[in-house]
Write a protein of this length. Structure first.
Length: 278
């Protein structure tokens, strides 16, 4: 080395012996869990026995150009039942409503139960109601208010949650002449319109806002519902908002008949009817 300046010498780094195996396992884990970031991948590697710190995983992640991809559309499942959204599709406004519950918590950890009702044809959110508790009779009262405003739908689609299959609800819907479409147990994709709406609700509101209490949740629900219906373009509607798409339907007023007293007794009257066995 005589005659060569030390300033011209460079250290040639060598990758650790386990790097190829580590990268191969990282790639396999990312393929299996495409929504996981480098921290979660690092935790899985540690569980598998790799002795590696988080900073090294981050450096490899950046060097290889890895990133969490944008959320993918859910795969359509096979074996749809006759009541699924893939086989029983909406044909006009007020043809089929979809309803479901989604759960969240406020800042103190207290439960929030959200009831949503969506018109499957126009994609309009008709109801977005957070409460501490919602019983089958509370659901009936909300449907009375909603159907007097929007008209009576031909069908309403739901899963087999206890509030939806309760005797009071089924009897009330029968009196209102609304057909029920119950999807198969354990097959939430069959209620795809409600599931898709809840994915947007979770991504754009529930995972973004922190609710101090029930009153704040209800206020923000009203704001988000208006923005969803009137400002948010919907790709399946040709990037119209649900309100714009609904306004363009020539037969929007057809079938929008409000409830009659004979069709829909109040929740209190319904309680009496159920107790009497009628």
């Amino acid at each position: 080395m005589s005659g060569q300046s030390r300033s011209t010498q460079r250290y040639l780094s060598r990758p650790p012996a386990d790097e190829a195996r580590l990268l191969a396992r990282m790639k396999a884990l990312m393929k299996k869990h495409p929504r996981y970031g480098y921290r979660r991948i690092w935790a899985l590697l540690c569980r598998e026995g790799f002795h590696v710190n988080r900073k090294r995983i981050y450096r490899l992640w950046r060097r290889e150009g890895y990133r969490v991809p944008q959320q993918q559309h859910k795969r359509r499942r096979l074996g749809m039942s006759k009541n699924s959204c893939a086989r029983h599709r909406p044909e006009h406004p007020n043809h089929i409503w979809a309803w479901d519950f989604i759960f969240d918590r406020d800042e103190r950890g207290r439960s929030l139960k959200w009831l949503s009702v969506v018109d499957e044809f126009t994609r309009q959110c008709l109801t977005l109601l957070p409460e501490r508790h919602l019983t089958s009779l509370d659901v009936i009262d909300e449907l009375i208010r909603l159907m007097n405003r929007e008209g009576v739908p031909a069908h309403i689609r739901s899963d087999n949650g206890p509030e939806f299959i309760a005797k009071a609800v089924r009897t009330w819907l029968s009196r209102a002449e609304v057909g029920t479409l119950y999807v198969e147990p354990g097959a939430p994709w069959e209620n795809g319109y409600a599931e898709s709406f809840h994915a947007r609700l979770r991504d754009e509101l529930l995972d973004v806002e922190s609710f101090a209490d029930l009153r704040e949740a209800q206020a923000l629900a009203r704001i988000w519902k208006r923005e969803y219906n009137e400002e948010r373009p919907h790709s399946s509607l040709g990037y119209l908002t649900p309100a714009e798409f609904a306004a363009r339907q020539p037969d929007l007023s057809l079938g929008a008949t409000p409830l009659t007293p004979d069709q829909a007794p109040s929740a209190y009257e319904q309680r009496t009817l159920i107790a009497a066995g009628t």
